[in-house]
Every structure is written in C-alpha cells, then in structure tokens.
Write a protein that binds this ligand. Sequence first.
Ligand code: NAP
Length: 465
Amino acid sequence: MTHQLFIAGQWRDAEGGATFEVENPATGETLATVADASAADGRAALDAAVAAQADWARTAPRDRGEILRRAFEIITERTDELAEQMTAEMGKPVSESKAEIAYGAEFFRWFAEESVRIAGRHSVAPNGATRLLTLKQPVGPCLMITPWNFPLAMGTRKIGPAIAAGCTMVVKPASLTPLTMLTLGEILTEAGLPDGVLNIVTTKSTGEVMEPIIRDPRLRKLTFTGSTEVGRTLIEQAAEGVLRVSMELGGNAPFLVFEDADLEKAVDGAMLAKMRNIGEACTAANRFIVHESLAEEFSRRFAERMEQAEVGPLVEAKQRDKVAELVDDAKEHGAQVLTGGEVPAGAGYFYPPTVLTGVPTEARVWREEIFGPVAPIFTFTDDDEALRMANDTEFGLVAYAFTQSYSRAIKVYEGLETGMVGINQGVVSNPAAPFGGMKASGFGREGGDEGIEEYLETKYVGLAP
Ligand code: NAP
C-alpha cells in the first residue's frame, strides 16, 4: 500500500505514481512506500490552501477551537497505535513516542483555548482627535516544513496555532518520518477540518518542490523547523515574497553545574536534558560545563546513570556515523571515555550512551550539534568564565543551569544568550511557554501566548469621530 498525498481533502497519488521508501532504523528494512510529490503536486497543494483561505478565515473561532479540541481527543485515544508507528519510522523507544504524542497533542488543546482569545484594542489618540482600533487577522496560506526528530510535535505546534488563527496550510514532513503526519491528516479530517485547510506533501525532491511554493506570491508565511544550514537558504528564498518567517533551527545547549548545585538534581536533570529522544533534540544538552570542584563526582554519577539508560537506534546510518566521528575527534583531542564511545556490532543504527571527560574546547563537540547520546564534560573555575563558555557558540536556543543560589540564578539567566533557560530542570518544553531561539537558532516562538501571534497580522484602523 502506498501512503498518498493529502490535497484539497483528497488522498491522491503523486504525479506519474512516483513513490519513495521509508525505512525502519532499528532494522534497516523498508517500512512503507510513500508518494513522492513533484513540483506540480506541490503547486496543487498550494492551490488548495489558497482556495480554502477566505472561507476558513471567516469561520467562527469557537468552531476552529472545537476542531482542535476533537483532534486532541482523537490523538489521545489513538496514542498506542500512533506510538507504534512513530517508533517504527523514527527509532525512539515506545515510551518516548508516547511522551511525544502527549506533548504534541497538548498544542492542539492549548490552541483550541487560544482560538477564542484573539483580541484587538481600542484607544483614544493622545491628542484626543481620533480613535485607534486594532484587529487581528489570519496571515494567510502558510508553508510548514518539519524535521524527523519529533514527527508529531514539530507539526502540531505549527498546525495548532494556524488552525486557531484561521490560516490554511501546506505541510511537508521530513522524508525520513512522514507517516505520523499523514495519520495526523486523517485525524484532523475526522475532527471536522474542512477540505483544503491542511494539505500534506511528501517528497524526496525537497528543494525542487518547496522552492516554487516559497516563491509563489500567494504564499504569506513560511515556518520551518530543522537545521540552521537549510534555514539560511529558506530565509533567502522567503525574502523574494517578503514572507512572514519563523525559524526553529539548530542548538548547542550548555548545561551548567555551579559549585553550589544539588548534585543529585543535576544528574537527574542531565539525564533528561541529554537523553530525551536519544539526544536527537535541538534542546539536547550538548556541552556539560561543570565547576572544577564537582567535575569528578558529577562525571562519575552521570556515567553510572548513562550506562543504565535504555536507547533506541539513531535515525539513520549517516546520523550514527556523524556521532561516532565526533566522539573519535574528541578522543584524538585527549578526551577520556567514562562509558560508551564505540559503535556496537549488529543491525540497526545504535550508538551507546557515552560520557567524555577532559574534553578541550578545540574538539568539534564544542561547536557542533551532536544529535546523539553523547555527553562531553568541560570544566570552569568562576561564574564569569562559565557564562563566557556557555555563550561561546553561534547558537542560542536553550541553556540549563543548576545552582541553589537565587542571586546566582538571576545573574545566569539574565546573562545567557538563549531564547530559553531551565533553572534546576532538564526539560523546558511546555505548550504554554514560548519555545524558540536567538542567534543562529532562529526567530519566532511556538506555544504560549506568543505562538498564535506568528499566524496573525495586526491591522490598525484610525477612526475619526
Ligand atoms: P533538515 O535537514 O534541515 O531538515 C528539516 C526539514 O527541511 C525536512 O523536512 C527536510 O526535508 C527539509 N529540507 C531539507 N532541505 C530543504 C530544502 N532545500 N528546501 C526545503 N526544505 C528542505 O533538519 P533535520 O536533520 O531533519 O532535523 C535536525 C535539525 O533540526 C537539527 O539541527 C535540530 O536542532 C533542528 N531542530 C530544531 C528544533 C527547534 O525547535 N529549534 C526542533 C527540532 C529540530 P527532507 O526530509 O526531505 O530532507
């Protein structure tokens, strides 16, 4: 059976019946065959989104909210089946897939509630001569491009606010993990989403299909989650149509452990910050920066916990090879391996949980996103040095800091150049909070009060009495 494209409420084959295969990373075997869209199919998806936009923008906010609420309930009911599909295409353990499904569904519940809270304001001009009225209107047709590491949640946090705001959309999931998004299309249809509001295009000719959509003057917004490298290209393409753009890009999160940290909590936090999603998260702690007085004890306890961690395979051979390469490079720079550090024999793209100590900042892991279960530990001597080290990266998505001192925590979260900070906690993601980065980690926010603003235009009307 071929998984088809979803355009204008219809499931249909790609032009010429083209398909590509999706692999199970735990076995390397083919899992499914998926329609491989052409540029003409991409255009048809945008045509459908454009055709549906005006009517969709006029629907009652409560109706849009109810669709999201129903979809939240259906996702929750179908958790087991969705988790199995997600694990098969992406590789994370089923327990982690279930956690992502709960997290991803929450964006629909959150934005169901936000849909009826879109407000404008009214005020009197300072000179009293006119009245100032503002209203919020949907931005218009959106293109959403999502990565493979969270096949559901990276979609729902774009689709949720777009539906709530009254925007139509074309969604392109990662070609490594398209199946979850196709199931989400079925779920939203069952929840009552009108034809053409959501269109899903799967393709292996990604650039050739996406670029004409981005350059089409009918598109009004581009929202992308993925690597900084691809993000840069897309920002350039989006400049032509002066699109509204949101970019959720790569990370290089520092995890700071200060001399007054509660070590037990810091190790618990480190496990979460490193091992959620097998380290394949933009929010994954990439550099552990630990006060020299605690480094040995922290490293020992952390390595003990890492040895016991259950891991799935990484998403593909290329990803596993990159992780192995980064570890080998750290070793060549003099790092010691406390646990892990070698590619295991056997099928699947597994890499063991790994802790490295004595890592110099010349090693590639200092600058590059690891995207795997590898924790390099660096040391510092005073707070200013810790902050300097934390900020010594082009990225600025998230940082974690462990300290029991209130004033140190304030100094640290104010000094960190990241869009998000976790103090004494190893996970910050929350549908009610604005998720997003600074610097090369991107711009725009997903979730929280801010999330829906990305899909709304503010219009000002001057009213003379
Ligand atoms: P990626 O290679 O940038 O791919 C992301 C998406 O972009 C995929 O759907 C991909 O399609 C598509 N794409 C690739 N080249 C394109 C092009 N020329 N034009 C249009 N679309 C294109 O990233 P990834 O490897 O999937 O994901 C990992 C990256 O995402 C990491 O850097 C991670 O930090 C980042 N990430 C960031 C966040 C955040 O919120 N900040 C969250 C999760 C992940 P194909 O699959 O067909 O190649």
